[in-house]
Design a protein around this ligand. Sequence first.
Ligand code: C2O
Ligand code: CU
Length: 661
Amino acid sequence: MFEPLENADTTVAALHFLVYWIVGYRMGQLALLTADAAQRSARRIRIWIRVGFGLYLARLVSIGWLWTYGWDFAENRVLVSLPLITLPLVAVVVWSLPRLRRVIDGSDVDRLDPKLVVPVQATAAGGLLTVWVAFVSRPIPPHADELLTHGGPLAVLTALLWLRQSRRHLTRPSLLTKVAAFLVIVGLVTGGVFYGLSASRLPSHMSMMDHNLVDNGGGPPTSHAARTSVDALTGPRDLVPDKVFTLTAEPGKIPLSSGRSIDGWTFNGTSPGPEIRVREGDLVEIKLYNKIPDLGVTLHWHGLDVPNAEDGVAGLTQEAVPNGGSHTYRFRAEQVGSFWYHTHQASSEAVAKGLFGSLIVEPRTGPAVEDITVLSHVWNEGVSAFGAADTMQRKRIKPGTPVRIRLTNTGINPASDTTSTEFLLTGTPFRVTAIDGTPLHGPTELRDTTLELANGGRYDLSFTMPDGPVRLVDRNAPDAGLLLEPNEGRPVPTLPEDPPAFDPLSYGSPETPRFTRFDRRFKLILDDGLSFHDGVFGLLPMINGTQFPDTPTLMVRENEVIHTTLINRSHEVHPMHLHGHHALVLSRNGVPSTGSPWWTDTLDVRPGEIFEIAFVADNPGIWMDHCHNLEHARNGMVMHLAYEGVTSPYHVGHQSGNQPE
Ligand code: C2O
Ligand code: CU
């Protein structure tokens, strides 16, 4: 509901501006008319001013309504937009309306009087600025400069209108003047766009240490003196690894089960790449070779909290591996659970084209289960599939067998603006036994429930194979999916019509609270507005009103407990992914988590939602914190979590060869 409401408020703002703009124009024309005509025109103007009042009231309602979602969703409108339209409207009531009434009455009044005309025109100007607030500037009050940058233009414009009105002669502007004015406006706008495009280009070389905005989260100041390079923060380098893997990135045709094939990129000739399956405590070594021309490649272990130097972010923790190059990763697999790996260089393109695979850490001991990994992917050509299966895959499983499905969303962007991919598991009751690789406490049985999974996120689904078929689908691609059958010839289970949604906030049973004190508190407003980023112009995602490299760098010290509030004021869902750490969800929209502790590494924040999360700063380094809608990341929805004293020698930028997103 939040998003339509935001749009409604913006629409009313635009209408309000339009009405007063027309009224302002008509007001200006009054002086050119005969007394009779002026009288008639003034009557119509009065009606339109009343319509404008109605729109103003409608805005009060929509802004008040937005406020019910939380002050953060309304503050820019209350503190910036409302004054911009309210102040000139007061002048309309006090100055313009009484004079307009005299025109209507036919009494003698100076129709050139600025007090008659300018308040209405200023209301239009203020209204236009509120459209700017809603679409473009998306200010985050309370900063004095927001008042200046928005109130300032209104004051200047009003003064100019006043000047113009008080020196106005009783002539209509010539066609030439009108054309000239039009050309000047068009010239200014195009000039502005071109300037914005080129000024927003990222430099050709830029250190990832160029943190334009350091945020200490209200905690003790952090020093810039660097003592450790990320390069020193490696996994065990001298011990003999327990498991060794080689992954070679190469171009290839990826055959889908429908017979169609994707022109993509593979690891060892397949995509998804080979599954990396290790045991808890294993020292894992993975050698990456790159044979893709003109593309750097890295490996990032999504959700596995490895040491910083092993995290595989081009330009932050390593150089991208060029064609012909190689890189060796080493880490101990300390968390048991479902993870995945993918390249972290130009990833919005490269992951979509196939540079990913699953990464499973099994417990040392445990009951045997039928373990099925599902990587739900949207291929770069728009095909939804489970791995390379874009048709229904059948699998025979004996009734009574314990089954675990490791459901992973590797798609680079959500199914729609406001929802991530929705899955349905039908034909059996089941439990969600883990989220993002972390087991849940006391999961209860679910049946016919929509599972909305963040891009990059994982759910482990467990059940005992019944004696009928079980079906798992992505709701947007129900013809594909997975069909588990105890025996042949049973009808495919139909999908439930409108199943309730799974909600981790209240699922499972709680444990004693983990965090009692917080050393730092960060507040991140996820937003979008018409803006420029690195040569792109459009409705772009923003964090705290801006894009990388102007986004805040969250500074922490080791062992601190960090509280973060994520507020989504934008029109799209943002699956926020913090590297190297798992965060505990404390609350959503002010409602505390009442279910199992919900640890996440990739959290969907939907429009209008506020999440409070907390984590322990227990993995020193400089970490990516970004939206896993990888197109958003490419458009600058990226920031860093940086530990005091850690530095990175790597560079990003167009000439650096590194392009972390
Ligand atoms: Cu799965 Cu920074 O990414
Ligand atoms: Cu996003």
